[in-house]
Design a protein around this ligand. Structure first.
Ligand SMILES: NC(=O)c1ccc[n+]([C@@H]2O[C@H](COP(=O)([O-])OP(=O)(O)OC[C@H]3O[C@@H](n4cnc5c(N)ncnc54)[C@H](O)[C@@H]3O)[C@@H](O)[C@H]2O)c1
Length: 335
């Protein structure tokens, strides 16, 4: 049996990770034996899901009392680096929420802490397991020697607050989050477009505050990436009036149109509908986390210590940094 600790038991821990562990622990032969959070209120809440688990206010308190095989880090991004370093130093397997960290400069030190260790490190890049995006990946695999146009639209009304009453707005303070919607949501689409269109080589981005002028981070991001198999356009906004997701994959022989409910597929003039779960529905998240945790535990059990997870987060962090740089240079060009 693998024994694990959840570090940071806030919103995504409760809504995504807890249900996934509760659903799959038996099948995967894992147990959550410890919960760590600075907030007593959050620990009390988490304890109701895992009555058998011990609770701690810090990683140090946990390490002084219990041995764990893996940790699941669900802290805000500015606390990931320290937590990863402490756990890697103890050779504990790590599942870590995205983005890897809030400061691009930390990527090097985190990589050094993880490289060549006999541990599994995996980022929570759970969109790869989503049925809708698996259809997009499958479709792109069948298209050869033709360029594909891929577009994602993610519309939200505002940035989510966290469950930490002492600091609910860390997401819109770029010092704590590393940036606005490009970081919070864009991070997912960067590894996803790589799964669909291969290696990225050029990126162009514009970041704006269309509605939320009080955010200390952009509320909208429009990013275009040139990739091995085509062009990806990622449009993200917290300035909408309705929660909505859509996407399309366009090529003359095959196209997919996703409207948040189903995919309309057009191939050789024939139309068909593929039913998929709504990606803007948060309940869908728990099932994706179950897949992610399954993959993570399988890697631990098979001692698969490849640098795959680290390489994926490094790519995402590099693309996030290019997004900032590109926006900076665009902003310096005015007519
Ligand atoms: N993969 C996804 O789809 C997804 C979705 C939402 C959030 N996230 C990520 O999950 C992470 C957490 O986000 P959230 O929305 O749950 O935030 P949150 O604020 O609700 O939760 C963070 C938790 O960490 C605790 N905490 C803060 N400082 C601490 C410290 N020093 N020591 C111990 N505990 C501390 C807080 O009390 C809180 O319970 C972020 O990295 C976020 O980007 C990922």
């Amino acid at each position: 049996m693998l024994r694990g600790a959840i570090i940071g038991v806030g919103k995504i821990a409760e809504t995504g990770h807890f249900p996934a562990y509760i659903q799959s622990s038996k099948e995967l032969d894992i147990e959550i034996i410890a919960l760590v959070d600075k907030s007593e209120e959050r620990l009390e809440c988490a304890k109701r899901y895992f009555p058998q688990a011990n609770i701690y206010n810090s990683i140090e308190e946990l390490f002084a009392d219990k041995e764990v095989d893996f940790v699941d880090i669900c802290l805000p991004p500015f606390l990931h680096k320290e937590a990863i370093e402490k756990c890697a130093a103890k050779n504990i397997h790590i599942l870590c929420e995205k983005p890897l960290c809030s400061d691009y400069k930390d990527l090097k030190e985190i990589s050094e802490a993880l490289e060549d260790k006999d541990i599994v490190f995996m980022p929570c890049h759970q969109y790869k397991y989503a049925p809708v995006w698996k259809e997009f990946i499958k479709a792109a695999e069948t298209i050869n020697e033709k360029k594909i146009f891929l577009q994602f639209n993610v519309i939200r009304l505002n940035a989510d607050n966290g469950f930490d009453n002492a600091n609910p707005n860390w997401r819109t303070d770029s010092k704590l989050s590393g940036g606005g919607i490009s970081v919070d949501t864009g991070a997912h689409y960067f590894y996803l477009i790589k799964e669909i269109l291969g290696v990225p080589y050029k990126l162009f981005a514009n970041l704006y505050n269309l509605k939320h002028k009080d955010y200390n981070a952009e509320d909208s991001a429009f990013i275009t990436v040139d990739m091995e198999k085509g062009i990806a356009q990622i449009n993200l906004t917290w300035a909408g009036c309705k929660r909505y997701n859509s996407a399309m994959l366009i090529c003359d022989e095959l196209s997919l149109f996703y409207d948040g409910k189903s995919i309309r597929k057009i191939q050789d003039g024939e139309e068909s509908i593929i039913d998929v779960p709504d990606m803007s529905d948060k309940r869908v998240y728990a099932s994706l986390y179950s897949e992610l945790i399954k993959d993570f535990t399988q890697r631990i059990n098979s001692r698969n210590f490849s640098n795959e997870g680290l390489e994926e987060v490094a790519l995402v962090m590099n693309m996030l940094e290019m997004t900032k740089q590109s926006n900076f240079y665009q902003n310096s060009m005015h007519l």
